[in-house]
Design a protein around this ligand. Sequence first.
Ligand SMILES: [Zn+2]
Ligand SMILES: [Zn+2]
Length: 354
Amino acid sequence: MQLYNNLSAKERVELIEKAGKERLTISFYKYAKIKNTQIFRNHMFLAWDEFDVLGRIYIAHEGINAQLSVPAENFDTFKTHLDTITFLENVRLNIAIEHDNFAFLKLKVKVRQKIVADGLNDDTFDVTDKGVHVDASKFNELIEDPNTVLVDMRNHYESEIGHFKNAVTPDVDTFRESLDIIEEDLKEHKEEKNLVMYCTGGIRCEKASAYYKHKGFKNVFQLDGGIINYVRQVESNDLENKFIGKNFVFDERRSERISEDVIANCHQCGAPADMHTNCANEACHLLFIQCDSCKAQMENCCSTNCKEIHNLPYEEQKALRKGQGNSNDIFKKGRADHLPYKKDLRNISKSFSK
Ligand SMILES: [Zn+2]
Ligand SMILES: [Zn+2]
């Protein structure tokens, strides 16, 4: 019984190309009590491996958080299988706006402490006492209300390329940081303002809304299913789209375009751009925004130093990396002093004084 992925990314690309089948990119999450996470994990891996599912799935005692792709022709089988699991029956599947057969190249099902690294101690507040879930139409209405403060619960590199009009976009590296910043900035308005929040697929708001209610906010709302589900509803119900730019996603696609507006700048030259690059230097992997011309000139690197290292023979690069920290630690930060055009998103106090 094979319980782990054993193909390399390159082999997988070849397989997907050879199969020539359209794949759907899907995400979903569910908070539920899972007793034996390892057994559940193995069960899911075996089933999904059989349906040719690829993706990144986290399982914890508190539930499941999945980002994955599945061949379109296996979708029904995949869905039927989910429905056999009591707490996943009819779970909302957020289907991506833009598909890419190569969004995921491996199936990784991991047991974790939590399904979102939110940095919260769940024993200190009632996680089930959530905010009011609103659909796209109600959300549009609410965010026009002058009494509403709209808050983006994502990190700086996500909101930088796209967000709702008039949203407060905290300049934070982590979810935990933004919770405190928002609370501090809004502390005078806990009772009278509507606190409306959103994130990519809704999962971060599930905890955030409960946390703010615990902190004394009276009118807490969250966008049901996040940006992905909002865009779906806007399309199918012909609603006004109030999201500008791109939606950052956590797979190889990195983002999906929602409106034609390009709201960010190349971090190297300042030209309008909203494509993220992972620095090609294996020892760096910094996530930053790079325009096409800088991309070509810098060979996908974030600095001339990285470009030099990237052009060294592999063995020399490896020798340089020895003893250095894990480059994955850098991925999330997406900041560096040598990138002159990294936008400062600290517009939070400005927005509140309006
Ligand atoms: Zn540039
Ligand atoms: Zn670099």
